[in-house]
Ligand binder design. Structure first.
Ligand code: HEM
Ligand code: HEM
Length: 244
């Protein structure tokens, strides 16, 4: 059951949606998504080069050299997104005096994590009451802080082996390949099984969650997914609801 009380700010009252992501966040995510997809589509056939489907796909792309070239091009796009994000944060903090505290991990995230596990296993009837970012969304965000550096550093070592071995011992080359290759499987599995699944394939959201593409999410969905944030924005109380 959902109940409302209090007065909603006039601007928000007129809207059917809540603005969740600004244009910079959406542009960054777009290029992250496109570069990641290209990196997977060109990295995987190189990793599993012996399989028939890889041979077919590499021939579609024009051969091994074009495949490697697309991989390296997409890698620079991903690195550029990281630079963009760093500048976005710096500008926000220094010029706009933003604190970005919504994304900080807190003790409450652990409590919400266990509450959600209890909800998934049927031990709890009500969904946990999430703030602007739930524990999974925060995890997604921070996972990139080690995931992208691992992929980019090991990838750059392979891209510039002569420069790399001027400063580092020769064994870093095979180690970089193994780390890059193994981490790529982890990243792909996480994005498909957790990120895409929980963002699009859950009941009530399937088939599509528009938030990161349009920047907006319907008020009804916001109340279910981020009731604490909704209450902060509108001053209306949202009571926990059973199911989705
Ligand atoms: C491949 C297809 C992808 C789809 C369809 C997708 C979809 C989405 C959606 C719908 C959201 C918004 C969720 C919300 O309302 O909070 C989101 C957020 C986000 N995405 Fe993706 N994404 C994709 C790929 C990626 C990749 C490759 C990365 C990173 C390497 C990524 C990183 C993030 C981050 C950090 C957020 C903000 C935190 C969050 O909400 O989880 N996404 N994505
Ligand atoms: C972010 C920066 C990245 C850089 C600089 C980079 C660079 C490279 C380079 C230089 C290679 C060797 C092939 C070649 O000579 O072109 C390679 C291979 C590969 N990359 Fe990346 N890459 C990056 C990100 C990624 C990502 C995000 C994925 C997938 C999630 C990925 C998956 C792979 C795979 C599967 C291989 C083949 C490994 C093998 O042969 O076992 N890469 N990458």
């Amino acid at each position: 059951m959902t109940t409302y009380s209090g007065t909603i700010p006039a601007e928000l009252a007129r809207e059917e949606h809540v603005t969740r992501f600004d244009i910079h966040q959406r542009v960054q995510h777009f290029f992250l998504m496109v570069s990641f997809t290209l990196l997977v589509l060109t990295g995987m056939p190189l990793k599993f080069a012996e399989s028939g489907i890889s041979k077919w796909w590499i021939s579609v792309l024009g051969g091994v050299e074009p495949t490697r070239l697309i991989h390296r091009g997409a890698a620079w796009v991903m690195i550029a997104v990281c630079v963009y994000h760093a500048l976005y944060l710096l500008y926000g903090i220094i010029v706009l005096k933003k604190k970005f505290t919504d994304i900080f991990p807190t003790k409450n995230d652990f409590i919400l994590f266990f509450q959600e596990m209890a909800y998934f296993t049927g031990l709890r009837k009500e969904r946990p009451r999430f703030p602007r970012y739930n524990w999974r969304e925060k995890f997604d965000y921070y996972a990139m802080f080690w995931g992208i550096p691992v992929m980019a550093l090991t990838g750059l070592v392979m891209m510039f082996p002569v420069v790399a071995t001027r400063f580092l011992p020769g064994w870093v080359l095979p180690v970089a390949l193994i780390a890059h290759s193994d981490e790529s499987m982890l990243a792909l599995t996480w994005i498909v099984v957790v990120h895409v699944f929980f963002n699009h394939f859950v009941p009530g959201v399937f088939p599509f969650n528009p938030s990161i593409f349009t920047g907006k999410l319907s008020k009804e969905r916001y109340k279910v997914d981020h009731p604490v944030e909704y209450e902060k924005l509108t001053g209306q109380s949202v009571q926990s609801k059973e199911g989705n």
